[in-house]
Design a protein around this ligand. Structure first.
Ligand SMILES: NC(=O)c1ccc[n+]([C@@H]2O[C@H](COP(=O)([O-])OP(=O)(O)OC[C@H]3O[C@@H](n4cnc5c(N)ncnc54)[C@H](OP(=O)(O)O)[C@@H]3O)[C@@H](O)[C@H]2O)c1
Length: 290
């Protein structure tokens, strides 16, 4: 039987409606408007598209939105000085510096300069550490989107054998960490695979939930999965024929119980979770506990 398609687009829309209602309530009850600032250095076309989408979504949700587009020649010092000002600006609750930065700027210095309370990307070591010990303020956006997709699609996570392919700091490692926490929507048994894994198929075939973030088109084929698996395909690969995930969707969907498409799967969830983090930041910074 063909798999149920888990629509990230539909789930993202559902969550955006929830955020909109909360934003209205925050404005009415506390006179607080969540504020998100995006900082883009240089003119990378893909980054311009991503920043544009973030700006548009935040405006649609009723956020205060600010955008700083800086020339590629901006020095690290100038960028750090801007971040210092944004850290102190009470209208701003979330600071998003679009990556990658030009080569002459040290990305780590910049990410570490963001006030952890305004780090809505969840990349600051303070937030990474809090996630690790099970007390997160901000979950990194793509892993948070993956977990929401699993929860809202009714997937049994507790006790499941989860296999993650990929160990990057922005997807593989944090999602593995999140799903093994002793917490609701987690409590899984997690295995992480990477390019040095001896026999990837041995692991992927055991998975009840398979999360693939390898950045390799169709790296996971039908012979690598078991019947009834739930597959989350994080990969976004731009081929001449269009966008394609890391999973051979057409073949794997014949064996899977459920699967995310590319596009329309994890992608729309990432921006939505950024908005959710910004809403949370507005509450945390204003001492609002609801
Ligand atoms: N939809 C979204 O919102 C979203 C967000 C973020 C990323 N993405 C996409 O997700 C994919 C992964 O992103 P990323 O930033 O995590 O990538 P990354 O930093 O390039 O990491 C890829 C990871 O996959 C592992 N890997 C690569 N090929 C493999 C293979 N054949 N078998 C097993 N492991 C393999 C690598 O292993 P080693 O560590 O051994 O090198 C590495 O750990 C990309 O396509 C990216 O565009 C999508």
């Amino acid at each position: 039987m063909a798999a149920k398609i888990i629509s990230g687009k539909a789930v993202a829309q559902e969550i955006r409606e929830e955020i909109k209602k909360e934003v209205e309530k925050l404005k009415e009850k506390y006179n607080v408007t969540p504020g998100l600032v995006t900082v883009l250095v240089g003119e990378d076309p893909a980054s311009q598209v991503y920043v544009g989408q973030k700006e548009k979504t935040s405006k649609n949700l009723g956020f205060y939105s600010e955008r700083h587009d800086l020339p590629a020649t901006t020095s690290e010092e100038e960028l750090l000085s801007l971040i210092g000002k944004l850290n102190k600006d009470p209208k701003i609750h979330g600071i998003l510096v679009q990556l990658p930065l030009p080569k002459h700027i040290n990305e780590t210095n910049v990410l570490y300069a963001i006030d952890p309370k305004k780090d809505v990307d969840g990349f600051h070591p303070v937030n990474v550490g809090k996630l690790m010990i099970g007390e997160p303020d901000y979950l990194p956006c793509t892993p948070a989107g993956i977990q929401e997709l699993l929860i809202r699609s009714g997937t049994q996570i507790e006790g499941a054998e989860v296999v993650v392919v990929g160990r990057s700091n922005i997807v593989g490692k944090p999602i593995a960490n999140m799903l093994l926490q002793k917490a609701p929507g987690a409590n899984a048994t997690v295995t992480v695979c990477h390019t040095r894994t001896r026999d990837i198929k041995f692991h992927t075939k055991r998975a009840d939930i398979l999360i693939v973030a390898a950045g390799r088109p169709k790296a996971v084929t039908a012979d690598m999965v078991k019947e009834g698996v739930v597959v989350i395909d994080v990969g976004v690969n731009r081929l001449e024929t269009g966008l394609c995930g890391d999973v051979d969707f057409e073949a794997v969907k014949e064996k899977a119980a459920a699967i995310t498409p590319v596009p329309g799967g994890v992608g729309p969830m990432t921006i939505t979770m950024l908005m959710k983090n910004t809403l949370k930041a507005a509450k945390l910074l204003n001492g609002i506990r609801e």
